[in-house]
Design a protein around this ligand. Sequence first.
Ligand code: NAD
Length: 480
Amino acid sequence: MEKILNYINGELVAPEENNWIDNYNPSNGEVYSLIPNSSEKDVEKAYQAAAAAYPSWSNTTIDERSKILSKIASLIEENLEEFVAAESKDNGKPLSLARAVDIPRASSNFQFFANAITQFASESHESVGLNAFNFTLRSAIGVVGCISPWNLPLYLFSWKIAPALAAGNTVVAKPSEVTPMTAYLLSKICNEAGLPKGVLNIVHGLGHTTGQAIVAHEKIKAISFTGGTATGAHIARTAAPMFKKLSLELGGKNPNLIFADCDYDKMLAVTLKSSFANQGQICLCGSRIYVERSIYDKFKSDFIAKVKALKVGHPSDTETNIGALVSKPHLEKVKSYIDIAEQEGGKVLTGGNYVTIDGYENGYYLKPTVIEISNPICRLTQEEIFGPVVTIMPFDTDQEALELANGVRYGLSSTIWTNNLNRTMHLAKHLEAGIVWINTWLMRDLRTPFGGMKDSGVGREGGLEALRFFTEPKNICIKY
Ligand code: NAD
């Protein structure tokens, strides 16, 4: 069986203690490869390699760093189909989605930061009347840790690694143990791209062991983490007393506010995507749908008709809209929310069950599910389900819509469908979310700040924000 290997000091190596974890294919429930169950020893080896590589990499010219990152981007593109197939097999997402979104975006993450670092500049301030100038030196931090989740595996892994490397840091990174394959493929192309050994080290393993060893390592000076809110809180408890720089991109429970004056057909098509893309396993999915009462019944019947037409199928089937969920425990977690719908005052309007696909009977398939709710404060609207399950509910006024939208502990993204400018401006200002999409969803410009407020995280990724996170500013004051 294929063994995924750690990437340490430019070499593909087995874990020191020769411990391995099973890697499942969600489309058929079979173990198809083994993942290193790395220990503190492996993390220490990775740290040593990163520390040794740091002086040279942090002094490598911007031009050279940029060229290497561009080369990684091109190599991902050149090997697109291999990455696409691996991502789909490892995660269960439709091949078509990995081809259209995940892998091209991973390549653009490297290309984007290859370009961005050439435009990164620091500030200067003249202290007028005091005969002094200040300038801000922004230097790399040192060895940094990057930890990513399973839902958009290479996409989110590269979103951290690319800016960390561009800014001159060396990296110890851990992809999710649930979806490690494309990070492994990435490690294979880094040498080909000319990335010097030790600059990027990828250590595979479980969160509470391998991940914990990265977070708790006293010399790893910054942690960029994307994952669940509870994990983020645990990481903060470990890292904060060590005064590490922390970027935490956490869970979401995003509202989708639909007003009667919207462009209805466009809204309906995009709402289908914002509900169920990637089996609803995107932190930005609009899982709470609130609809203005005058169009509620129409929306309900049109939306349900569209949801019923979605095809749940094997990820490689070109007709498939909804592939497999990522793992058996996750499938069962999502299903458990459907099972409590009634006791929470909800009514399942469509979906609600597992799906069995011929030939892949042990795969993790679930019907896209719409639950109508009457009580806005219930577990279905307050807890992150992170699967193909949305709730719908009518509202009467803008104020009520705003209160419903903000009535959760999370604050990642939100979507508004309306053509009323005043309403748009009012809601955009008052919605408690790091991102507000108006008449669109998941439209991304990589220069914009990305991240959430409240329990959805601390800090922002994207554009110059990421480069600022991965550098330490120093004020230099010169008196003349
Ligand atoms: P998770 O928190 O279980 O795991 C994320 C990563 O952290 C994995 O690599 C895991 O191994 C590691 N980890 C777990 N425990 C750790 C510990 N004690 N120390 C260090 N590392 C540890 O999350 P998941 O189930 O992989 O991903 C789903 C979650 O990610 C959802 O909550 C989703 O909303 C969130 N997410 C957020 C964003 C965002 O940008 N805000 C993007 C995607 C996913």
